[in-house]
Design a protein. Structure first.
Length: 240
């Protein structure tokens, strides 16, 4: 394990402990258990990390460029965010991102690809969970996911056009014509690596991915939300 991996692992531990302390300050009731909260954050972070890092959980779709992969690491972040607040959801995203450096050290994209994933997932999870926190019903879920999806898609398009594509072409020295041909293998209508790619690949890919994540999150959270509360169970009445 190199020094980058060690630093990343320490950072994960510090983030989890600080999150538990933060919740203790926000909910200073005797029913709150910081140890239980820390363990839950660690569990959700671990689940997101597995879904993010293990290749078997990544799906390539033949009708999109091969470097666009469908993965479900946002699902644990959403469940944690819905149960414990938007900051917890974002923290799970941060943990799974840092865990990649624990296992792989410096990545081939020099951290730019991981930073992009971090930004896009954080935007998606934070907005949806924040709206749901304000309006905890099906309408809140629908509004939250709709606004979050639109925001993430717009940010994804701009990041790809102005950051990711220039990074690969100018820093990683990946030929533009070769990149364009790679895109056209899946979508022949793409005629440039900028906005044509953004509208014909990035936009529909993210809409499809987000739709799948929404369905999976909704089904799982509806089944699990009763067991995810960190508050103690209400005492039963003598007549219950």
């Amino acid at each position: 394990m190199d020094v980058y991996s060690i630093v990343a692992l320490v950072l994960v531990g510090v983030l989890i402990i600080l999150a538990g302390k933060l919740f203790g300050a926000m909910f200073p009731s005797t029913e709150y258990s910081p140890v239980r909260m820390i363990s839950r954050i660690a569990i959700f972070g671990a689940m997101a990390s597995i879904l993010y890092l293990v290749p078997v959980f990544k799906i390539k779709l033949p009708f999109f460029p091969s470097f666009l992969e469908l993965h479900f690491d946002e699902v644990p972040a959403f469940i944690a965010g819905f149960a414990y607040g938007p900051l917890t959801g974002v923290l799970v995203i941060v943990i799974k991102t840092v865990m990649k450096f624990v296992f792989y050290g410096v990545t081939p994209t020099l951290g730019v690809g991981e930073a992009t994933d971090l930004i896009l997932s954080s935007v998606y999870v934070f907005i949806a969970c924040l709206i749901y926190k304000k309006k905890r019903n099906l309408k809140g879920v629908a509004i939250g996911f709709t606004i979050a999806t639109l925001a993430q898609v717009v940010v994804a398009m701009f990041i790809n056009v102005y950051i990711m594509i220039p990074f690969y072409c100018n820093v990683m020295n990946y030929p533009v014509d070769r990149l364009l041909k790679l895109m056209q293998v899946a979508i022949p209508a793409i005629n440039d690596v900028e906005w044509s790619y953004a509208f014909l690949a990035v936009l529909p890919f993210n809409l499809l991915k987000d739709a799948i994540v929404i369905v999976v999150t909704f089904v799982l959270y509806r089944s699990l939300h009763v067991f995810l509360r960190f508050e103690g169970k209400k005492k039963r009445s003598r007549h219950a």
